[in-house]
Design a protein around this ligand. Structure first.
Ligand code: IPE
Ligand code: IPE
Ligand code: MG
Length: 236
């Protein structure tokens, strides 16, 4: 098995605390965090990682102040409009996971923007970057189960078809391999409803560095830790 993970997922945490420590508004922490996203994508490309997932906004994050939420939505608009040409130039395929159904709280222009980016990058053959936006693991599993049930109701499926492989195809991550390594920054050692199904056998790495300060050195430490692990997948 390769010592370089095929898929690395990041729980990008600590933007707010980073900003507070510098006496800045939380949103400035998110802004700095977006710059780190650009660098980390390049670093992962250089290291030969094929899939990178970035947890950018959770379903639970709607509970934050309306000021922070609208600031984050604006940052998404700005990030993708500034980065789109770079994404195409670097042959990056972009996928989004998270609720983008009509009932979701995402503003329509953002839902449309994400669909457009996915469509326009779908034939790119370089690294795949997966942005988790309005995402939570339980929400994804419930939406997938609802879609399967609708297919059963409509006689497109039998209930007896249901197994892990079939179910995986109803998840937002269809055709995306499970993460090999999940990195959470900023000291908290929890999953916060991220990729619950997909992380069944992921290696976990927690570091103290807040996301806005995350450097290539931090990434290298995580990858070194990963390379030393013995993944057994239940086999003795
Ligand atoms: C992560 O940083 C970014 C998002 C959740 C959008 P936080 O905003 O959670 O920063 P802390 O954890 O409050 O420091
Ligand atoms: C997880 O971070 C969500 C993202 C990184 C987008 P949170 O900061 O929202 O998680 P909790 O509240 O510390 O569990
Ligand atoms: Mg946080």
């Amino acid at each position: 098995m390769s010592s370089i993970p095929n898929h690395v997922a990041f729980i990008m945490d600590g933007n707010g605390r980073w900003a507070k420590k510098q006496g800045l508004q939380r949103l400035l922490g998110h802004k700095k965090g977006a710059d780190v996203v650009k660098s980390v994508i390049q670093q992962c490309m250089d290291k030969g990682i094929n899939y990178v997932t970035l947890f950018a906004f959770s379903v639970e994050n709607w509970k934050r102040s309306s000021e922070e939420v609208s600031g984050l939505m604006d940052l998404l608009r700005k990030y993708f409009s500034a980065e789109f040409s770079n994404i195409m130039e670097k042959n990056i395929r972009v996928r989004f996971i998270g609720d983008r159904t009509g009932q979701s709280k995402l503003p329509n222009d953002i839902t449309d923007m994400l669909a457009g980016i996915e469509e326009r990058t779908k034939d790119n053959t370089g690294i795949t970057i997966v942005f988790a936006i309005n995402y939570s693991g339980r929400d994804e599993i419930v939406r997938a189960a609802q879609m399967f049930a609708e297919d059963v109701d409509a006689s497109r499926r039998y209930a007896s078809d249901f197994d892990e492989e079939v179910f995986s195809d109803y998840l937002d991550t269809i055709h995306i391999p499970d993460p090999d390594l999940v990195i959470r920054t900023s000291g908290e050692q929890r999953i916060s409803n991220f990729m619950l199904w997909q992380m069944a056998y992921s290696e976990l790495y927690f570091c103290e560095t807040p996301w806005p300060d995350f450097t290539e050195e931090d990434l290298d430490k995580a990858l070194e830790s990963y390379a030393e692990r013995d993944r057994r997948f239940g086999v003795a």
